[in-house]
Design a binder for this molecule. Structure first.
Ligand code: CA
Length: 413
């Protein structure tokens, strides 16, 4: 199948990551109407006002974009998702629609992007074998790096949905308890080991009933699409608090997501077989389909590329994650977000966190400005960007998740 070309008048350069092969959804406002949020679709370097476009050209679906957030559209399910995507391809590839949509396009650099949907529950997994192995080796030196359960289930924890923020939102360095090495009691201080984690997020559209597991085969029925996630991590707070329970305040101070949600429909050519399917699994994880994804990540600190993690190496697929997180009957809500866990490939320049890249501060990274980073400093800006294999040799852009560290508030008594 050949992907239609955008109309010439749109001026989308050949091979643009936001061509018709992508069509990601977001929520924006602009200077003319700063208080009025609208749903948008990225095409090239512009944003189509989808709230207005559906009112004009697809009134049967317009109510789903009326608030400017994607919530109602996410809940509407695959028939609506397919209908809107097909309509967008027509509007943007067929000349006669020019008069109807040209005045609804605004330059992407002139809009403010907002959190695209109301985040319901947030779960973070731990699906990269390389990441789990690296972290195990750092945390349990001399021991077996992978815990005995790791190859049998996708390990995860529930995070804090209310502190998920859209790309560009500053991240304040958290304060908390930590026990300095060699000390016998903790101190309360600004985090001294601030880190990022490059991850892929999966956005749930269609809810499920309490008490009824969702099978892996139901993945594409319930999950609308993907975004990029930076799971900011305070390693010193995390290390002291997680004995024996899992991540808590070391993670919950902020999680950045990209503003554009790329629908699963754009990722058909990126699908690959995940390594876990070739292992001995219990039934609900074994019949999971090929939902591994060939997505190339890039992590930049202050503009300098520090890592290129390959998502294709992830052990567990998102269909397995979904089946696992509902296998006890836990229900899904529209707006649930589950993230993959840090994406780390086998090579040291493919690790998805500073913890791994700088070996827990022991081998700081050299940046081009002559400075080094064992951990993030105030003022550092971390950008996670990615693109996926697409049709006809094109790349499907996932955009970027950007965040800058601002100093901690003064530490009180
Ligand atoms: Ca994580």
């Amino acid at each position: 199948m050949t992907t239609p070309r955008p109309c010439d008048w749109l001026g989308v350069p050949d091979g643009h990551p936001f061509g018709l092969q992508t069509l990601p959804y977001g929520s924006f406002s602009d200077a003319r109407h700063p208080a009025r949020r609208r749903a948008g679709v990225a095409i090239g370097d512009r944003v189509l006002d989808l709230t207005a476009a559906t009112e004009r050209l697809l009134p049967g679906r317009a109510a789903e974009f009326g608030t400017g957030a994607l919530d109602a559209f996410l809940a509407a399910g695959d028939a609506a998702w397919s209908q809107v995507r097909s309509a967008l391809v027509r509007w943007l590839s067929e000349e006669p629609f020019r008069d109807a949509i040209e005045d609804l396009l605004v330059p992407a650099d002139a809009v403010t992007m907002h959190l695209p949907f109301t985040v319901a529950d947030y779960v973070d997994f731990y699906a990269s074998e390389q990441h789990a192995t690296n972290v195990g080796a750092i945390m349990r030196p001399g021991g077996e790096p992978l815990t005995p359960n790791w190859r049998h289930l996708p390990i995860g924890y529930h995070g804090r949905a209310g502190t998920i923020v859209v790309s560009g939102t500053p991240i304040r360095r958290p304060c908390g308890q930590a026990r300095p090495s060699g000390a016998d009691r903790p101190v309360y201080r600004a985090c001294a080991r601030l880190d990022f984690e490059a991850e892929l997020g999966f956005v749930v559209g269609v809810p499920s009933a309490l008490g009824e597991p969702v099978s892996a085969a139901g993945f594409a029925e319930h999950v609308f699409g993907v975004c990029l996630v930076n799971d900011w991590s305070a390693r010193d707070i995390q290390g002291w608090e997680s004995m024996p329970l899992g991540p808590f305040l070391g993670k919950s101070f902020g999680t950045t997501v990209s503003p554009w949600i790329v629908p699963l429909a754009a990722l058909e050519q990126a699908r690959i077989r995940p390594p876990s399917l070739d292992t001995d699994l219990v039934g609900y994880l074994a019949a999971a389909g090929d939902w591994g994804l060939d997505i190339d990540f890039e992590v930049r600190i202050n503009g300098h590329v520090v890592s290129r993690p390959p998502y294709a190496t992830m052990h567990w697929s998102p269909a397995q994650m979904l089946a696992h997180l509902t296998v006890n009957g836990a229900s899904l809500r529209t707006g649930d977000l589950f993230a993959s866990g840090t994406v780390s490939g086998p090579r040291p320049d493919q690790y998805g966190s500073l913890l791994e890249l700088a070996d827990a501060g022991r081998r700081p990274l050299n940046l081009p400005d002559g400075t080094t980073r064992g951990w993030l400093q105030d003022g550092d800006e971390v950008v996670i960007a990615a693109s996926a294999a697409g049709p006809d040799g094109l790349r499907v852009g996932l955009g970027e998740a950007r965040g800058q560290i601002v100093p901690a508030l003064a530490v009180g008594p």
